[in-house]
Design a protein around this ligand. Structure first.
Ligand code: SLL
Length: 147
């Protein structure tokens, strides 16, 4: 592929989990409702860059490999336990870039274990990273620039 020399595309991203305790609606196997997501750290649309994100959940879930093929790249589930979530970020084919592997630990319970958990205060864990496309392919670069 033809690449644009001396150009670096840097796309800041945020990823993580937001978890709510279900309170009265909680049962043994569904104590929390949580969402895992990958998004732009600047509030931009990532659909032009990312083709899909495959979320790998704990094997205790039905169909633990979940593919999200369009923005927003997020997934909501209910469960009872914390575990490591794998996210494979696939770029559009014209980027000619390998998928990116991200790992994130799902956190359900707050650090300060003082009294009962609130159903209104989510436990949020977010990380930041950058997608760096150094010498991006011409097709990808011009397509994303126009967006
Ligand atoms: C733990 N190592 O023992 C972890 C595993 C797995 C959590 C946690 C499944 C819910 C469902 C679920 O929450 N698994 O299948 O609906 O804490």
């Amino acid at each position: 592929v033809r690449r644009v020399k001396d150009v670096e595309m840097v796309v800041p991203i945020a990823y993580g989990t937001v978890s709510f305790w279900l309170g009265k609606k909680a049962d043994e196997y569904h104590s929390h409702k949580w969402t895992v997501y990958v998004r732009s750290a600047l509030g931009e649309e990532l659909g032009a860059i990312i083709k899909k994100v495959v979320f790998q959940l704990h094997p205790s879930f039905n169909n633990p490999t979940r593919s999200v093929e369009a923005a927003p790249f997020e997934l909501t589930e209910t469960g009872w336990g914390e575990f490591e979530i794998g996210m494979t970020v696939y770029f559009h084919p014209d980027a000619s870039e390998k998928p990116l592997e991200i790992f994130h630990h799902l956190k359900l319970y707050p650090e300060d274990d003082t009294g009962p958990q609130s159903t209104k205060k989510p436990v949020v864990v977010e990380s930041y990273d950058e997608l760096v496309f150094s010498e991006p392919s011409e097709a990808f670069f011009s397509r994303v620039q126009k967006h």
